[in-house]
Ligand binder design. Structure first.
Ligand code: G3P
Ligand code: MG
Length: 243
């Protein structure tokens, strides 16, 4: 069945309005009327799935050093909000489990981007899938799993063949169509700024819904929808919703 995406997906929750990949960012996206959020999931040193974009703690928390050597107990003591604005001080780095519970409570859909630290592609995907499988009610439409890491998507295809997979493309390989077919990709997640018009046209002609990251400009979003792009990831998603 063809995947149906909402026109706007909150990027890292709503990264322009609240600290990215936090529960506050997910709540902010929902309060703005957004139907779906995207988050980045990776592992603590001891194998717990948490939300964090970077391989290091420094940019988005008050910690320092690699995420891959930071335990869940150490993560639990970090502040992931103060760097963004004082009113978000005390905002934790959420576990994926906590984030999914909130997403369900708010009635949102979710795109979980598997964002492994280098070398942890397989184990990260295994834990993220197991965590999401346990946390996500079977009666709801399943999360959309995506990754730049093909090894992670292979694991997702094996462990949750019935959950849709989004193929995230950065440096497009020549055999991208074969890769998309092999992964059973339900959607293509592409960066318009890194794509030529011809490449965008090829994505759109491929038949899978195309989602574009990251789009924060209303005119750019309108042009992408007009061209046939199904969804845009935005840091200020509510600003792009139809009024
Ligand atoms: O999933 C879309 C987008 O989030 C991919 O790039 O680096 O923002 O995770 P990045
Ligand atoms: Mg992401």
């Amino acid at each position: 069945m063809t995947l149906v995406l909402p026109p706007v997906i909150g990027h890292r929750g709503a990264a322009a309005l609240a600290p990215e990949n936090t529960l506050a960012a997910i709540r902010t996206a929902a309060a703005g009327g957004v139907a779906m959020v995207e988050v980045d999931a990776k592992l603590t040193a001891d194998g717990v799935a948490i939300l964090l974009h970077d391989d290091d703690l420094d940019r988005t928390t008050d910690g320092t050093g690699p995420a891959a050597v930071t335990t869940a107990a150490e993560f639990a003591r970090l502040d992931a909000g103060r760097w963004f604005a004082p009113e978000f001080a005390g905002e934790p780095v959420p576990t994926l489990e906590a984030a999914l519970a909130l997403v369900v409570e708010l009635g949102l859909a979710i795109n979980i981007e598997i964002k492994p630290c280098p070398g942890r592609e397989v184990e990260t995907a295994k834990v993220v899938l197991a965590t999401a499988r346990a946390a996500w009610p079977a009666a709801l439409a399943p999360p959309l799993m995506s990754s730049f890491a093909l090894e992670s998507l292979d694991v997702a295809a094996r462990l949750a063949p019935d959950w849709p997979r989004g193929y995230l493309i950065w440096d497009r390989p020549d055999d991208w169509r074969d890769v998309a077919d092999r992964l059973g990709a339900a959607s293509l997640h592409v960066c318009p700024e890194r794509s030529t018009p011809a490449q965008m046209a090829q994505y759109l002609a491929d038949g899978r819904p195309v989602a574009a990251y990251t789009v924060n400009d209303a005119a750019a979003a309108a042009a992408l929808w007009q061209a046939g792009v199904a969804a845009v990831f935005s840091d200020d998603p509510a600003s792009l919703l139809p009024r």
